[in-house]
Design a protein around this ligand. Sequence first.
Ligand SMILES: [Ca+2]
Ligand SMILES: [Ca+2]
Ligand SMILES: [Ca+2]
Length: 248
Amino acid sequence: MQRLSVPLIGNILTLSLATVAMTLTSAYSATAGTLDLNFTKLQGLTGGNSGMTGVYRADLSNLGFDISSIAITDSNSAIGGAPGKFTAFDFDAIKISNVLVNNATDAKNLSGLNVFDFTSSGTFFTPGTQRSPVDPEPLFGVSGGGIIDNSLATLQNFDGNSTADANAFGFVSLGDGGTVVFNFKNPISTTSPLYLYIGEAGDNGEVVNGRITVSDKLRQVPEPTSLAAVSLLGIYFAVSRKKKTKAA
Ligand SMILES: [Ca+2]
Ligand SMILES: [Ca+2]
Ligand SMILES: [Ca+2]
């Protein structure tokens, strides 16, 4: 009789996992909302000493879902700007605001909603490739660990010094095809007027236009199914051990 109990527990485990997986799948498809955004370039330029940051605005109003994350990907066009560690879109700043502005200086002066966590807990970077000649160090604004160094990138401010030399400051270069994902501190309602502003240091033809997605989901977090599997497996082992102890 004791030998039968182990396969029986095995079947219960399988059923439980299947149920968990089905629930998560249906919850995802019921609420999933991801879309690509189009951008309008604002008048004028802003930034730090060089004052060469171009600012782009996207309308997030009335998307039909609250947004929890945003992903920004370089166009991978391999056009414009400097090579090496300065390759591709030079990301100066990102803001989300209920206020509509039409020129770059006004975007710089916006306070913006307090939704971003620019540490590695809320900001995830997948580097793109450097164009030749490749630098031995990581892309500009990125630490040796592959994490955005926000003391250098200052993604909360449109303050980029858009030079490809020792004076460079205030941005992170994404590399060709690189991606940054921001998980917001709280979901943002889109039922009121809502606008996204991003800046490109140098304003020199490096774009992410059409390569930005917003989602009602957080990204880059541990898979819920894996966690469920681990915890159920833990229960299984606990039960097995208990039986064994009993049998002995
Ligand atoms: Ca660049
Ligand atoms: Ca900046
Ligand atoms: Ca640039």
